[in-house]
Design a protein around this ligand. Structure first.
Ligand code: HEC
Length: 161
């Protein structure tokens, strides 16, 4: 009798963690999925291959933030460049350097499902320009604005160039 192991096939089947949010397809958009991100702020974001920017330099976004330049973790690159709706994978990171008289860094990090389920599980960070952490968490003052960018999963700067 031939014993044909299906073990290898089973192992191949163990892909990355699929994490359905349990809501089923929402209908109006079908967010694209992608690879997990690095999951943390990195002080060398502006030189690290884990991050990219689509901006040649700081631009004035016409907001109270003054001039800004944004870096995203590279797992978001295809999702952002496609210009469509997406849900940022767990571990995705966005980092913004802003200068409205005082230079500062803000960041968003996508935490695992359950961190802040009502607001898409982002943790927000406020950092000094040298990277020192001043404040972090599901900060209501940040969420209040970022909730407005539903189709890009709370990310508001994806169109800036
Ligand atoms: C008044 C509205 C507003 C508030 C409040 C706000 N943001 Fe933003 N945020 C924006 C806008 C607009 C952008 C797009 C870039 C720009 O013009 O500054 C942005 C972009 C960002 C980005 C770049 C990633 C992206 O595409 O969204 C990060 C990171 C970020 N904000 C972090 C924060 C953090 C942390 C807080 C709270 C301390 C915060 N923001 C509060 C409006 C806001």
């Amino acid at each position: 009798m031939l014993l044909r192991s299906s073990l290898s096939l089973m192992l191949l089947g163990c892909g990355g963690p699929a994490e359905p949010d349990g809501t089923g397809d929402s209908g109006d958009t079908s967010p694209v999925e992608g690879a997990p991100g690095p999951g943390a702020f990195a002080p060398d974001f502006d030189t690290s291959s884990d991050f990219f920017t689509l901006m040649a330099g700081p631009v004035d976004g016409g907001t109270v933030h003054g001039t800004v330049q944004i870096w995203y973790s590279t797992n978001l690159r295809g999702l952002i460049e496609s210009g469509g709706a997406f849900t940022a994978p767990v571990g995705s990171v966005a980092i913004k350097v802003q200068d409205n008289g005082v230079e500062a860094i803000t960041a968003m990090i996508k935490r695992p499902a359950g961190f802040d389920p009502d607001n898409s599980d982002w943790s927000y960070e406020q950092r000094a320009i040298d990277g020192a952490l001043n404040n972090e968490g599901a900060l209501p003052s940040c969420i209040g604005c970022h909730v407005g960018w539903a189709s890009t999963d709370y990310l508001g700067g994806t169109e800036l160039r």
